[in-house]
Design a protein around this ligand. Structure first.
Ligand SMILES: [Zn+2]
Length: 75
């Protein structure tokens, strides 16, 4: 998975920089989908698998691709 890969590589990536004593925390946003009708990205869990914009069930699953960096923690 991409987020885990980044978390593992982060210490090496920041080694020798002013960021070297920080820890990366990534928040994965699970179950996101892209509505094929109106192109809105919505959360499948929150919206019960129905687009909140046009109430369609025709969507592409984005799960596993969508993630964001939650915070960088300094030790
Ligand atoms: Zn829609």
């Amino acid at each position: 998975m991409i987020p885990r890969y980044i978390e593992e590589c982060y210490p090496a990536a920041v080694d020798g920089t002013m960021m070297q004593d920080t820890k990366l925390e990534i928040e994965i946003l699970p179950g996101n989908a892209l509505c094929k009708e109106c192109n809105k990205v919505f959360n499948l869990v929150k919206n019960s698998g129905i687009c909140p914009c046009c109430l369609n069930k025709n969507f592409d699953l984005l799960s596993g691709k969508e993630f964001s960096i939650k915070e960088i923690i300094a030790f």
